[in-house]
Design a protein around this ligand. Structure first.
Ligand code: SAM
Length: 207
């Protein structure tokens, strides 16, 4: 899987390659999908949610430019895979999941993560972020929001980067939001993506 992602240009640097090699995706997918763990495809993780395709994860990690010891907020823990990759890249990770069974499952899955002590996993609606630990140098949103939630912008540190899918409940555009040292925002669109919806106060209201 890692060789494929590298040869296709999704993994662009040795740090991200090492993180993918260290965190075994098979530990984060349900037993019945384990034989497909190294396919470049999203897989169901229960409760109508998915673990994203590895290429999508690699793209987002690359856009985020993770630095050693940076404080990263992730919205949508899901299986916990992404949070472990972030921790492997040297981040201190705060990750939030709104579905309790997935929060419990991610905690279990993360026991396999060599950098588990860098991760704080939280249960609840993360659409408004986690102000208690703000500001964050990076924010990674792995569910599709209708708009960029204002609290997430506020919780992004000056000089910080947020990646967030924005759009409908099936298809979105991936935004890269950069906040400069004066607090000014620059938004650019990476391209079209398909994430499960963000559900919550600043997310979609239904479902
Ligand atoms: N990052 C995950 C991984 O590594 O497996 C995949 C995330 S999955 C595509 C999106 C997750 O976002 C789902 O688990 C879903 O329950 C969660 N989610 C949706 N709305 C949320 C919210 N308001 N707060 C926290 N999590 C949310």
């Amino acid at each position: 899987m890692v060789h494929l992602l590298e040869s296709q240009g999704y993994i662009k640097n040795p740090q991200i390659r090492d993180a993918f090699l260290q965190v075994d995706r098979a530990n984060f997918v349900p037993e019945k999908y384990r034989s497909k763990a190294y396919f470049d495809t999203p897989l169901p993780i229960g409760h109508a949610q998915t673990i994203s395709a590895p290429s999508m994860v690699a793209i987002m990690l690359h856009l985020l430019e993770i630095e050693q010891n940076s404080k990263v907020l992730e919205i949508g823990t899901g299986s916990g895979y992404n949070a472990c990759l972030l921790a492997c890249l040297g981040a201190r990770v705060f990750t939030i999941e709104r579905l309790y069974p997935l929060y419990e499952m991610a905690k279990e899955n993360m026991k396999q993560c060599p950098y588990r002590d860098r991760i704080t996993i939280l249960f609840g609606d993360g659409s408004g972020g986690f102000p208690k630990e703000a500001p964050y140098q990076r924010i990674m949103v792995t569910c599709g929001a209708p708009d960029i939630p204002k609290p997430l912008v506020e919780q992004l540190e000056n000089g910080g980067i947020m990646v967030i899918p924005v759009g409908g409940t099936f298809f979105q555009e991936l935004y890269v939001v950069e906040k400069d040292s004066n607090g000014n925002l620059r938004k650019r669109i990476w391209g079209d993506v398909a994430f499960v919806p963000m559900v919550g106060k600043y997310g979609h209201r239904w479902a």
